[in-house]
Design a protein around this ligand. Sequence first.
Ligand SMILES: Cc1ncc(COP(=O)(O)O)c(C=O)c1O
Ligand SMILES: N[C@@H](CCCC[NH3+])C(=O)O
Length: 414
Amino acid sequence: MDCFQYRNGVLHAEDISLVSIAEQYGTPCYVYSRTAIEQQWRTFDRALTAYPHLICYAVKANSNLAVLNTLAQLGAGFDIVSGGELERVLHAGGQANKIVFSGVGKTIAEMQRALELGIFCFNVESEAELFRLNDVAGKMGKRAPVSLRVNPDVDAKTHPYISTGMKKNKFGIDIALAPLVYATAAQLPHIEVTGVDCHIGSQLTEITPFIDAAQRVMQLVATLKQQGIELKHVDFGGGLGVQYDAETPPSVVEYAQALQAILGNAPYQIVFEPGRVIVANAGILLTKVEYLKQTPEKHFAIVDAAMNDLIRPALYSAWQAVSPVIPREDISSQEYDIVGPICETGDFLAKDRNLSLQPDDLLAIRSAGAYGFAMSSNYNSRPRVAEIMVQGAECRVIRQRENVADLWALERIW
Ligand SMILES: Cc1ncc(COP(=O)(O)O)c(C=O)c1O
Ligand SMILES: N[C@@H](CCCC[NH3+])C(=O)O
């Protein structure tokens, strides 16, 4: 169920009108539906009951403590890519033994901390990293649980910036070389080979690349078995797409069924690292129209949110729906570019949208729960916006709006 719906002509987040949120907390702000996050989580979890599984929410999609805590309470594991994400998860109540650590550039300090805490496993992305991890674990008198992230050379058919499973990408170990690297890993005294991992990209809207990758991974698992290397878990990463516009991504159930057809009754724990599909449609960015501006070419709606708040349109030409909080019928509509106040032509949130607008109108940029606030910045010295979480008729600030003093809090004059 969509937790952002119109009631009596006003867009609501669950039971709370977005007009009242704007009045109480100001704009721009992110608004998340806690119920929507919980629902998505449960849908994912239920679809996978055929196998023992661990769902490790990809923290990078939305790392607010309240979001992480909501998921931790449901039993989530977490996929992290930095020491910062590791500490966030712990601070939010997540369990270390349900954490997978991905990423191509893990530092010695990050490895030490993760080993000290006893994470579920390291998704190792290169031989060099494997040797470093063996060394670090050895000095600590430990054995590091390891899953090699393999690169299956499958085209995820998504935006090139977020496609990760092709030979030309920096991620993972070439699947053709993986048997050799596994053989090396199995000989290292401070490495315990526990699994295999694969993540081919984000916002996948077709099932075929997932199937191709899963087949290649399971072939590798069979080869390793012949080599005498028995794995305990198989991690299929994240990447399941969501509907922003007219895409028709596979449902979680379709995705699970397709994997089941490949896995049969394989005796492995199955791990997933979903990010976007859990949180994207559980959030909006609420913004206010400051000015309407007309040039001979275009109509612009200049709003108080900008590319520093939501960079996806500027970075990937991503399309996100724009909904008026109170749709107007008193004036005719125009094609608008929805732009921010930043000094860049790339500062747009949407282009060519047919809307009826007046200054001070509120707009909701939809599907902003994933890779929204998490990718925001202070560019143009803009304080980061507030994040609000709603459940039913209850509403809480889960991150305060920054103020100008926060902008230079860590700076010193020479
Ligand atoms: C290693 C890894 N796992 C999981 C994810 C989560 O992906 P998504 O948000 O598309 O589910 C990502 C991001 O693409 C990733 O890099
Ligand atoms: N930031 C991207 C997704 C990248 C996923 C990171 N592995 C987006 O907004 O679509």
